[in-house]
Design a binder for this molecule. Structure first.
Ligand code: HEM
Ligand code: HEM
Length: 194
């Protein structure tokens, strides 16, 4: 192999998916934080297993529901990338201003913010939702609407994340977007109608 091509070779975790080194480092960092959140949760449950199993189910449910709620807020923040980018593409927003502040300038600022934090927030929320799921099924699995809709939500989240990685190089054939819409609808139903 030629020396030049060797030096240009992209190395590191996710190098095949994310070309921008800064973005790759950030994604790697938050991926590791997600793993730490999951491991800390598993350790916490292991250490407090006796107390958690002895707890009244309603009280216990209150705890794992909180993890679900935190993750829910995170997933809404992640999906906010869509309306913000949609508005930015809209030509009619040009010229709308309050005094000296232009709407487009505000949207560009928010757009940069949501683009930067989209993946980290999605990864953190996934770590938190793991705790919700782990604690939910630790006290038994029920074949009811809540448990089944929860499982379906997770089954959509996994390919959604994989397609998210492919989205960096636009190799996802719009599946990241389609799965994101399915995901939000199903978890909204799971969270609010069960
Ligand atoms: C990405 C996946 C998931 C998300 C975002 C999610 C989110 C939520 C949210 C926001 C709530 C309502 C919390 C509240 O009312 O304060 C909830 C409740 C619940 N979730 Fe999940 N969840 C997910 C997956 C799962 C899975 C896989 C299971 C179990 C197999 C599960 C089991 C439950 C249960 C048992 C409840 C309590 C419902 C009740 O009020 O009786 N969830 N979830
Ligand atoms: C590890 C997880 C994820 C990765 C790596 C990822 C990656 C990406 C990337 C690279 C983009 C394109 C941004 C741009 O155009 O500059 C994007 C857009 C988007 N993401 Fe994600 N994402 C992830 C998780 C999620 C989740 C959990 C949701 C839903 C709650 C979501 C919903 C969306 C939506 C709606 C868009 C805009 C539509 C599109 O451009 O396809 N993503 N994501």
């Amino acid at each position: 192999m030629k020396q030049g091509s060797l030096s240009q070779r992209k190395t590191g975790f996710l190098a095949n998916f994310i070309a921008n080194p800064k973005e790759r480092r950030r994604t790697n960092l938050f991926f590791m934080i997600m793993v730490v959140v999951i491991l800390a949760g598993v350790l916490f449950v292991y250490l407090y297993q006796q107390q958690l199993l002895a707890q009244d189910f309603r009280q216990y449910k209150g705890t794992f529901k909180q993890f679900g709620s935190i993750a829910q807020i995170g997933f809404y923040a992640a999906i906010s990338i869509y309306p913000v980018f949609l508005l930015l593409k809209n030509k009619q927003i040009k010229g709308i201003k309050w005094g000296t502040i232009e709407l487009k300038t505000i949207l560009q600022f928010v757009g940069k913010l949501v683009r930067t934090w989209h993946v980290p927030i999605a990864l953190l929320s996934t770590g938190v939702v793991f705790l919700h799921v782990y604690m939910a099924i630790m006290r038994g699995f029920k074949l009811d609407f809540t448990y089944i809709s929860g499982i379906v939500t997770v089954l959509i989240l996994l390919p959604l994340m994989y397609m998210g990685l492919k989205r960096f190089k636009r190799n996802d054939r719009k599946w990241h977007f389609r799965l994101a819409i399915m995901f939000v609808i199903i978890f909204f139903i799971h969270a609010n109608f069960s």
